[in-house]
Ligand binder design. Structure first.
Ligand code: GUN
Length: 291
């Protein structure tokens, strides 16, 4: 069984990005600049955004953090998005989700200029990805494709089951796996899928992105399958200082012995997601998607 080391792979890619940024700067080029907008004080969002800022510093990017309290209006947020769209120094930016209920996330996403949408959430980027045009691809699916490729995992002609159909992971993941670069035969499973256990057990590549801790048990996985665990649910724990522990969607101890390869949680998909945002920001700075 191969333990797919997302932490190490992400560290390798970060080194590659840092070297490229250094070269860009040495040639008189611009320092890539990522801006992040954070609303409120949700613990998860605070942590994710802090990591994004730290990652930028590590590869030599400039970053800006723009904070608002929970009571910011939709109009104020839209005005900030417009300002960032027009700020020539900002190459790409993200608005961390979720947003408070009184703000339409979709409206905010659609206000972001597609050429600065390094999250790849804007319908223009999603649409371009679907038809195989250059686009910013949502970070988690992009990170998974990169992991599969760097571990030389054969995907062509394989049966791939994606469990979950979210806009930011399951759905784009299923499309990427079916495209010519990956050539898998893909089934998307969701809460209404019948005979889910049998379907999962038929997968050569199983991608679990449903957000339900330890849902995928040993008897749901075929001998020799490749299992990618996208889950990152915080569960209470008395074994950690923080009082919580990250759990994946896969019951690792039961599933891992049956696998040809598997990603752990933590240290699998998570670090790759972070690095894909850096990749997209570099692409934005180099104007490689929208020339
Ligand atoms: N909330 C959870 N994941 C993400 C992400 O990748 N981007 C943004 N903007 N918000 C998130």
């Amino acid at each position: 069984m191969i333990l797919i080391d997302g932490k190490q792979t992400a560290a390798d890619i970060k080194k590659e990005i840092a070297a490229e940024v250094e070269e860009m700067k040495a040639n008189g080029g611009k320092t890539p600049h990522l801006a992040a907008v954070l609303v409120g004080h949700d613990g998860g969002s605070e942590t994710y955004v802090a990591f994004k800022i730290k990652d930028c510093a590590e590869v030599g990017f400039k970053s800006s953090l723009i904070r608002y309290e929970d009571d910011v209006t939709e109009a104020e947020l839209l005005a900030k998005v417009e300002e960032l769209n027009n700020d020539a120094d900002v190459d790409g930016f993200i608005v961390q989700l979720p947003l408070p209920d009184h703000i339409s996330e979709q409206k905010i996403i659609e206000a972001i200029a597609p050429e600065k949408d390094v999250d790849g959430f804007h319908p223009v980027n999603v649409g371009r990805m679907v038809i195989g045009l250059p686009s910013f691809v949502s970070a988690t699916p992009d990170g998974i494709v990169e992991l599969l490729q760097r571990y030389n995992i054969e995907t062509s002609g394989k049966n791939c089951v994606v469990v979950g159909r979210s806009n930011i992971v399951g759905r784009p993941m299923s499309i990427l796996m079916s495209q010519k670069a990956m050539n898998a035969t893909v089934t998307v499973a969701h809460s209404r899928t019948k005979d889910l256990n049998e379907l999962c057990a038929s997968a050569d590549i199983l991608i679990a992105a449903l957000g339900f801790p330890e849902f995928i048990k040993g008897d749901m996985v075929k001998e020799g399958a490749v299992v990618i665990d996208v889950g990152t649910t915080r569960v209470e724990s008395d074994q950690t200082k923080s009082g919580w522990k990250l759990k994946g969607d896969v019951l690792f101890d039961e599933v891992a012995p049956k696998c040809a390869a598997i990603t752990p949680v933590p240290g699998g998909v998570g670090p790759m997601t972070r690095v894909s945002l850096l990749k997209n920001t570099l692409l934005a700075a180099k104007k490689e998607i929208y020339k």
